[in-house]
Each structure stands twice: as C-alpha cells, then as structure tokens.
Write a protein that binds this ligand. Sequence first.
Ligand SMILES: [Zn+2]
Length: 67
Amino acid sequence: MSEPADRVQRRCAICGKPQDSRFRPFCSKRCADVDLGRWLKGNYAIPGREIDEGDQPNPPHDNDDPD
Ligand SMILES: [Zn+2]
C-alpha cells in the first residue's frame, strides 16, 4: 500500500475497467459516448430549471410577512 498515485492504473469512469490513453478518462469509445449522453441530458435540464425559477409569481418567503 505504498504505491504512488501515478503508478496506480486509473479506472474508467463508466464501467471501472482500466482506462485507455486514447479515450481517457474512459476505457473505450463506447464508454466515452455513454458519458457524453449523460452530460447532454444534464445540460438539457438546465434551461428548464432556470425558467422554472423565474416563473414563480409568489416566492415562499412572502408567506413569512406578518402583514
Ligand atoms: Zn469503460
């Protein structure tokens, strides 16, 4: 348990197999595509969330008003 981090084989972020230098941080084109798909899905959700935030007419904070 004294190996430097540089010598430790890094693992694919998707499936855990050893990374391929051509596809780092993944082991293959397939896993790179999987990650890209996840990233795109997450990216699509951002505009929807921003619209949802600005679309609220009455913020919950307003309920605290004693008036
Ligand atoms: Zn993989």
